[in-house]
Design a protein around this ligand. Sequence first.
Ligand code: AMP
Length: 149
Amino acid sequence: MLEAKEFDLTTTLVKEMMIDAEKVAHVQNKNPLEHALLVLTKTGYNAVPVLDFHGKFEGIISKSNILEAMFGVEKIEVEKLEENTVGDCMDHEVPTLLVHDTMEQALHELIDYNFVCVVDEDQQMQGIVTRRQLLKQYRNEFYRSQNKA
Ligand code: AMP
Protein backbone atom coordinates (compact mmCIF):
# COMPACT_ATOMS: atom_id res chain seq x y z
CA MET A 1 0.00 0.00 0.00
CA LEU A 2 1.20 3.54 -0.80
CA GLU A 3 2.06 5.58 2.30
CA ALA A 4 0.80 9.16 2.50
CA LYS A 5 3.65 11.60 1.91
CA GLU A 6 5.00 13.20 5.08
CA PHE A 7 4.11 16.86 5.45
CA ASP A 8 7.24 19.01 5.33
CA LEU A 9 6.95 22.74 5.96
CA THR A 10 10.22 23.45 4.22
CA THR A 11 9.28 21.83 0.90
CA THR A 12 5.49 22.25 0.72
CA LEU A 13 4.68 25.32 -1.37
CA VAL A 14 2.03 27.86 -0.53
CA LYS A 15 0.34 27.17 -3.88
CA GLU A 16 -0.19 23.52 -2.86
CA MET A 17 -2.20 24.51 0.20
CA MET A 18 -3.92 27.74 -0.78
CA ILE A 19 -7.63 28.31 -1.39
CA ASP A 20 -7.78 29.51 -5.00
CA ALA A 21 -8.79 33.11 -5.67
CA GLU A 22 -12.05 32.14 -7.38
CA LYS A 23 -13.26 30.60 -4.10
CA VAL A 24 -12.20 33.60 -2.00
CA ALA A 25 -14.81 36.22 -1.07
CA HIS A 26 -13.46 39.74 -1.52
CA VAL A 27 -14.50 43.38 -1.83
CA GLN A 28 -13.14 46.27 -3.88
CA ASN A 29 -11.49 49.37 -2.41
CA LYS A 30 -14.09 51.66 -3.99
CA ASN A 31 -17.07 49.75 -2.54
CA PRO A 32 -19.05 51.55 0.17
CA LEU A 33 -18.56 50.14 3.67
CA GLU A 34 -22.17 48.99 3.56
CA HIS A 35 -21.27 46.47 0.85
CA ALA A 36 -18.29 45.16 2.83
CA LEU A 37 -20.48 44.70 5.91
CA LEU A 38 -22.99 42.76 3.80
CA VAL A 39 -20.27 40.47 2.42
CA LEU A 40 -18.76 39.87 5.88
CA THR A 41 -22.17 39.20 7.42
CA LYS A 42 -23.36 36.86 4.66
CA THR A 43 -20.12 34.86 4.51
CA GLY A 44 -19.63 34.78 8.29
CA TYR A 45 -15.96 35.79 7.91
CA ASN A 46 -14.35 38.36 10.18
CA ALA A 47 -12.23 39.79 7.40
CA VAL A 48 -11.82 39.48 3.62
CA PRO A 49 -9.21 40.65 1.09
CA VAL A 50 -9.61 44.01 -0.65
CA LEU A 51 -8.72 44.23 -4.35
CA ASP A 52 -8.63 47.12 -6.76
CA PHE A 53 -10.63 47.19 -9.97
CA HIS A 54 -7.93 45.14 -11.74
CA GLY A 55 -7.70 42.39 -9.10
CA LYS A 56 -4.59 43.79 -7.47
CA PHE A 57 -4.34 43.03 -3.74
CA GLU A 58 -4.67 46.17 -1.59
CA GLY A 59 -5.17 44.89 1.97
CA ILE A 60 -7.83 43.52 4.29
CA ILE A 61 -11.10 44.82 5.70
CA SER A 62 -12.51 43.42 8.93
CA LYS A 63 -15.70 43.84 10.92
CA SER A 64 -13.72 45.76 13.53
CA ASN A 65 -12.41 48.21 10.88
CA ILE A 66 -16.04 48.89 9.97
CA LEU A 67 -17.23 49.27 13.57
CA GLU A 68 -14.39 51.66 14.29
CA ALA A 69 -15.26 53.75 11.21
CA MET A 70 -18.88 54.00 12.40
CA PHE A 71 -17.99 55.58 15.75
CA GLY A 72 -18.71 59.32 15.74
CA VAL A 73 -17.79 61.60 18.63
CA GLU A 74 -20.77 60.58 20.76
CA LYS A 75 -22.59 57.78 19.00
CA ILE A 76 -22.50 55.22 16.23
CA GLU A 77 -23.26 56.94 12.92
CA VAL A 78 -24.89 54.45 10.58
CA GLU A 79 -24.72 56.88 7.65
CA LYS A 80 -20.94 56.37 7.62
CA LEU A 81 -21.63 53.00 6.03
CA GLU A 82 -22.76 54.83 2.90
CA GLU A 83 -20.37 57.78 3.10
CA ASN A 84 -17.10 55.88 3.55
CA THR A 85 -15.47 53.45 1.18
CA VAL A 86 -13.59 50.27 1.99
CA GLY A 87 -10.38 52.05 0.96
CA ASP A 88 -10.89 54.64 3.73
CA CYS A 89 -10.98 52.09 6.56
CA MET A 90 -9.08 48.97 5.51
CA ASP A 91 -5.70 47.76 6.76
CA HIS A 92 -3.07 48.38 4.09
CA GLU A 93 -0.10 47.09 6.07
CA VAL A 94 -0.64 43.33 5.96
CA PRO A 95 1.82 40.64 4.92
CA THR A 96 1.46 38.72 1.66
CA LEU A 97 3.00 35.50 0.35
CA LEU A 98 4.06 34.45 -3.15
CA VAL A 99 2.84 31.20 -4.71
CA HIS A 100 6.35 29.74 -4.63
CA ASP A 101 6.99 30.60 -0.99
CA THR A 102 7.15 27.60 1.32
CA MET A 103 4.69 26.83 4.08
CA GLU A 104 7.54 27.55 6.49
CA GLN A 105 7.29 31.20 5.45
CA ALA A 106 3.51 31.01 5.75
CA LEU A 107 3.82 29.59 9.28
CA HIS A 108 5.51 32.76 10.54
CA GLU A 109 2.73 34.96 9.16
CA LEU A 110 -0.07 32.65 10.33
CA ILE A 111 1.03 33.14 13.93
CA ASP A 112 -0.30 36.70 13.82
CA TYR A 113 -2.98 36.41 11.12
CA ASN A 114 -5.58 33.69 10.69
CA PHE A 115 -5.29 34.04 6.93
CA VAL A 116 -2.71 35.51 4.55
CA CYS A 117 -3.18 36.51 0.91
CA VAL A 118 -1.09 34.96 -1.81
CA VAL A 119 -0.14 37.22 -4.72
CA ASP A 120 1.96 37.06 -7.88
CA GLU A 121 4.80 39.45 -8.77
CA ASP A 122 2.24 42.03 -9.99
CA GLN A 123 0.32 41.86 -6.70
CA GLN A 124 -2.60 40.06 -8.37
CA MET A 125 -4.37 37.93 -5.76
CA GLN A 126 -3.94 34.19 -6.39
CA GLY A 127 -5.58 32.87 -3.23
CA ILE A 128 -5.25 32.68 0.55
CA VAL A 129 -3.70 30.31 3.07
CA THR A 130 -5.40 29.90 6.43
CA ARG A 131 -4.28 28.91 9.89
CA ARG A 132 -7.05 26.30 9.94
CA GLN A 133 -5.60 24.47 6.90
CA LEU A 134 -2.19 24.35 8.49
CA LEU A 135 -3.58 23.05 11.79
CA LYS A 136 -5.58 20.39 9.94
CA GLN A 137 -2.44 19.29 8.15
CA TYR A 138 -0.65 18.96 11.49
CA ARG A 139 -3.59 17.05 12.98
CA ASN A 140 -3.43 14.55 10.09
CA GLU A 141 0.33 14.31 10.49
CA PHE A 142 0.00 13.69 14.23
CA TYR A 143 -2.47 10.80 13.79
CA ARG A 144 -0.44 9.38 10.92
CA SER A 145 2.67 9.21 13.11
CA GLN A 146 0.63 7.75 16.03
CA ASN A 147 -0.63 4.96 13.75
CA LYS A 148 2.91 4.22 12.56
CA ALA A 149 4.28 3.87 16.11
P1 AMP B 1 -10.94 29.72 8.66
O1 AMP B 1 -9.55 29.28 8.92
O2 AMP B 1 -11.65 28.91 7.62
O3 AMP B 1 -11.73 29.92 9.93
O4 AMP B 1 -10.79 31.17 8.04
C1 AMP B 1 -10.08 32.15 8.74
C2 AMP B 1 -10.35 33.46 8.08
O5 AMP B 1 -9.84 33.40 6.74
C3 AMP B 1 -11.83 33.80 7.90
O6 AMP B 1 -12.38 34.44 9.04
C4 AMP B 1 -11.77 34.74 6.74
O7 AMP B 1 -11.35 36.02 7.21
C5 AMP B 1 -10.68 34.14 5.87
N1 AMP B 1 -11.25 33.21 4.88
C6 AMP B 1 -11.27 31.85 4.94
N2 AMP B 1 -11.84 31.33 3.83
C7 AMP B 1 -12.19 32.39 3.06
C8 AMP B 1 -12.82 32.55 1.78
N3 AMP B 1 -13.23 31.48 1.06
N4 AMP B 1 -13.03 33.79 1.31
C9 AMP B 1 -12.62 34.88 2.00
N5 AMP B 1 -12.01 34.82 3.21
C10 AMP B 1 -11.80 33.60 3.74
